[in-house]
Design a protein around this ligand. Structure first.
Ligand code: ADP
Ligand code: MG
Length: 621
């Protein structure tokens, strides 16, 4: 035998697995049976591609046996087996990106956060939850290979040497821990198999008797499948420990034949944000698994869906690239898309609380669909949810907002800003808030594309509060005093325009401010400042476009300035510039901090000398 050290990530996982207490450790059996089932799938699939593989002379399946005296539990399968190199790679390193992501999470958060590992299926390594020694004896189906034995106590290292299997497949022998002898009880094992692995599409014998029904769940008629079956099946294929939020099960007949079961998880998997994330949709042809991750069957914006598609219209020997070109695959993708969107719509109406969970976990991914899928963009648009200025944190749809539009308002207003924390406090919202006009608050970068592609909601246009203005109030609110201030401020705006011509496209009198003296908004046309910011953050070339500075004619900082300007006073430049600084600071983007510091200092000196009784009336000095 030869000794090998586990990869660091594996050692960490193993340490946790062997040192923590679990409430639900019986799932080790599900993990090992799932591996055996995968190996059988692969053995069958490869056997159809080439004819030089080792075959099995009996009905292929999985056998679970116990040896009470030795205290061992053995799982034996007739799958594809492993070569020496494969054993080293598959059992000595972490292959699955989910487990890898989990290991990274552990590293970040320290040991066993929230007892998570007890619930998380760590695949093969979960054997060490119940065993203090694990042996693997395997013979690959590949011709010319030899049986290999792998032994480990779950510590730092494992041993390898010649194995003794004479037919293809794998034995996993668990030397049960003293506190895990309950798994020598055959009845107990049968119960666990029927609870977690009933739908494994290969016969599982426990103590010489069949313990599962071995039906391909997706080929059964939905009326014959219980909710519990769906949930167990979901856990089997997803390695999730929680129930799914919802699922669909349908059959396609006609030009394309397929059975499909798709689930929406309750939470985002750890690996979802990783670059090597693979979708959890499996493709079968007449119960033979072709792909574990059939990327082309799902549009990107639904990549969180998990499930199985079984179609007679795909070829067994199809490569990923060929798959993409296949009309059947495109037709199936179209149906999946349509049905998942419809299912999400149903969930939003019938189970709003579940929908909120879905939205928080996957909403930002679903949003991509508005830009990606021209055909379905409107139905996807209906699924989107946002907080608004009047919703007090509750999420609202475009339809909700449209339904509640007051008489006479012909647009749905929104504000996009990637500044999630401050979006609700933006000065551009002041007048909207005062008049209680509902404004959607959109703080995901992708929201820029959402509004661009939606354009309108069923004929009602979407308008940005950053570039559009609230229509003037009706007569009743015409206020002669306010009109007076506006008139007085007009020449000030004119003069500021010449002064600040380098920095801004325009200076105008604002009708959107109540508390703030000034604000920067976007001119009509152009891509908008938020989009500009997003593109720049993504290292894209964008021409600098100038903003519009609006000043509040009624503000106590602007009024005297307008008066002084009217009377021909000089020395007003620093004050005018401070109005621009103020607007930039309010959005957290001051372009010229040094200049601002100088101006502020000059102003404070003047104010201080004023307070010191030297009598200089501040701004004109
Ligand atoms: P996963 O099943 O998600 O890939 P596991 O940790 O459960 O991750 O298993 C790691 C790998 O070990 C599998 O991908 C497979 O290549 C190999 N393996 C485990 N059990 C078996 C088995 N019974 N037969 C063949 N290969 C196996
Ligand atoms: Mg596995």
């Amino acid at each position: 035998m030869e000794s090998h050290r586990f990869e660091a990530d594996v050692r960490q996982i193993l340490h946790l697995v062997t040192h923590s207490l679990y409430s639900d450790r019986e799932i080790f059996l599900r993990e090992l049976l799932s591996n055996a089932s995968d190996a059988l799938d692969r053995g069958r699939f490869e056997g159809l591609q080439r004819d030089d593989l080792r075959t099995v002379d009996h009905a292929a399946g999985i056998r679970v046996t116990v040896d009470e005296e030795a205290g061992t539990l053995t799982l034996s399968d007739d799958g594809i087996g492993m070569t020496t190199d494969q054993v080293i790679e598959h059992l000595g390193t972490i292959a699955r990106s989910g487990t890898k992501a989990f290991a990274e999470l552990l590293k970040e958060r320290g040991e066993n956060p929230d007892g998570l590992i007890g619930q998380f299926g760590v695949g093969f390594y979960s054997a060490f939850m119940v065993a203090d020694k694990v042996e693997v004896d395997t013979l690959s189906a590949l011709p010319g290979t030899e049986a290999v034995r792998w032994i480990s106590d779950g510590g730092e290292a494992y041993e390898m040497g010649p194995g003794s299997r004479s037919s293809r497949g794998t034995d996993v022998i668990l030397h049960l821990r003293d506190d895990a002898k309950e798994f020598l009880d055959v009845d107990r094992l049968r119960t666990i198999v029927s609870r977690h692995s009933d739908y494994v599409p290969w016969p599982i014998e426990v103590g010489g008797e069949r313990a599962n029904q071995e039906t391909a769940l997706w080929n059964r008629s939905p009326g014959d499948v219980s909710d519990e079956d769906y949930k167990a099946f979901y856990k089997h294929i997803s390695h999730d420990w929680q129930d799914p939020l919802t699922w669909i099960h349908f059959r396609l007949e006609g030009t394309v034949q397929a059975n499909a079961v798709l689930f929406i998880p309750r939470h985002r998997p750890f690996e979802m944000d990783r670059l090597d994330f693979k979708v959890g949709l499996r493709l079968y042809q007449k119960r033979v698994k072709i792909l574990d991750s059939a990327t082309d069957l799902l549009p990107r914006f639904l990549r969180f869906a998990v499930g199985v598609v079984d179609s007679t219209d795909v070829q067994l020997n199809m490569s990923r690239e060929m798959l993409q070109q296949t009309p059947a695959v495109r037709a199936i993708q179209k149906q999946i898309t349509k049905r998942l969107i419809a299912q999400l719509g149903d969930m939003s109406r019938e189970k709003p609380d579940d929908y909120t969970i879905f939205w928080k976990e996957f909403g930002h991914i679903l949003k991509e669909g508005v830009a990606e899928d021209e055909r379905n963009k409107d139905s996807i648009g209906e699924l989107l949810r946002y907080p608004t200025t009047t919703s007090d944190g509750a999420l609202r749809s475009f339809i909700d907002v449209k339904k509640d539009l007051p008489e006479g308002q012909d647009a749905i207003w929104y504000l996009t800003s990637v500044d999630k924390e401050r979006i609700d406090r933006s000065p551009v919202l002041e007048a909207f808030k005062k008049r209680k006009v509902e404004v959607l608050l959109m703080s995901d970068p992708v929201d820029e594309w959402v509004v661009m592609h939606l354009g309108d909601i069923d004929g009602t246009s979407l308008k940005s509060v950053m570039s559009g203005e609230l229509p003037a109030q009706d007569e009743q609110e015409e206020d002669p005093i306010a009109e007076g201030f506006k008139k007085q401020a007009a020449p000030l705006a004119e003069w500021m325009k010449t002064l600040l011509g380098q920095e801004v496209a325009e200076v105008r009198i604002s009708s959107r401010l109540t508390r703030s003296p000034s604000v920067l908004v976007d001119g009509e046309g152009g891509i908008g400042s938020n989009m500009e910011r997003i593109l720049k953050a993504a290292n894209q070339q964008v021409p600098d476009s100038k903003r519009v500075l609006e000043i509040n004619p009624e503000h106590p900082m602007v009024r005297p300035l307008a008066r002084l300007n009217d009377s021909g006073a000089t020395g007003l430049e620093p004050f005018a510039r401070l109005l621009l600084d103020h607007a930039a600071i309010a959005e957290g983007r001051l372009a010229d901090p040094e200049g601002f510091a100088d101006r502020l200092q000059a102003l404070m000196e003047k104010a201080a000398s004023g307070m010191g009784g030297e009598g200089a009336p501040a701004p004109t000095a």
